[in-house]
Design a protein around this ligand. Structure first.
Ligand code: PEP
Ligand code: MN
Length: 262
């Protein structure tokens, strides 16, 4: 809570990469890690555009058990090796308690997905690690519930937290989720933690992702996390909300310009 700590939290991931404070964190990458060839293309794109944080899931929560569920630990080891060689930091989802230890040495930021925001055992386990946790808002979770979940990790001893607005389920069917940009100024006022916006899952429609990303920055977000892939049409998951590299490069430029206007 801001009542307890007024100063904004700045997370230092090392090698000059920070989240929070007086800079805009940009994190991009595919929904799923698919192959070394795919990672190489995404990494080249990120490095060329000065982005230091790469997202990508190796354990994927899928609505259907028959959908691609990720490359698992082996994929994460490759992800880590390739990212390290290029000075990139890794953000990737942890789905269960047993994975925390297995993944620990290969991640820079543990992502807790919207389906696990209230997995209290997982939050307890992450309270005991020394790495930042990117905590997504639950699919039908209130702002207060997100903050309570953050409190689980925090009270367990891990104060390295990032709050993420990624859209909530509402009556609206025109978009995948309803990106609740109201949450950004409210979370910033209530909490000292960095707040980031995920417009990809927030709206779910590729052509509108850049607009909502820029709106997130103007709403006061400390960072944006979005999905990009060389050929979104062939992505193993979430292709419909994934930017190609041209769209991504344009968005990166515009994010930096809009951030200067704040
Ligand atoms: C993801 O980041 O690819 C993801 C599954 O996100 P969420 O948990 O917000 O649905
Ligand atoms: Mn996704």
């Amino acid at each position: 809570s801001r009542k307890w700590r007024v100063k904004p939290t700045v997370l230092d991931l090392g090698d000059g990469v920070t989240i929070g404070g007086n800079s805009l964190a940009i994190c991009a990458g595919p929904c799923s890690i698919e192959s070394e060839a795919q990672m190489e293309k995404v990494m080249d794109h990120l490095v060329a555009n000065g982005v230091r944080l790469m997202r990508g899931g190796v354990f994927k929560p899928r609505s259907s058990p028959y959908a691609f569920r990720g490359l698992g630990l082996e994929g994460l080891r490759d992800f880590h090796r390739m990212a390290r060689a290029r000075g990139l930091k890794i953000v990737t989802e942890v789905m269960q308690v047993s994975q925390v230890e297995e993944m620990h040495d290969f991640v820079d930021v543990f992502q807790v997905g919207a389906r696990n925001t209230q997995n209290f055992n997982l939050l307890d386990a992450l309270g005991g690690v020394d790495k930042p946790v990117l905590l997504k808002r639950g699919i039908s979770g209130s702002i207060e519930e997100l903050l309570s979940s953050a409190e689980y990790v925090f009270s367990g001893g891990n104060e390295k937290l990032i709050l993420c607005e990624r859209g909530i389920r509402t009556f609206e069917t025109a978009s995948r989720n309803t990106l609740d940009l109201n949450a950004v100024p409210i979370l910033k006022a209530k909490s000292h933690l960095p707040v980031i916006v995920d417009p990809s899952h927030g709206i779910g429609i590729r052509e509108y992702v850049p607009t909502m990303a820029l709106a997130g920055v103007m709403a006061g977000a400390d960072g944006i996390v979005y999905e990009t892939h060389e050929t979104p049409e062939t992505a193993a998951s979430d292709g419909a909300q994934t930017l190609d590299f041209d769209e991504s490069a344009r968005l990166i430029r515009n994010l930096r310009r809009v951030y200067q206007l704040r």
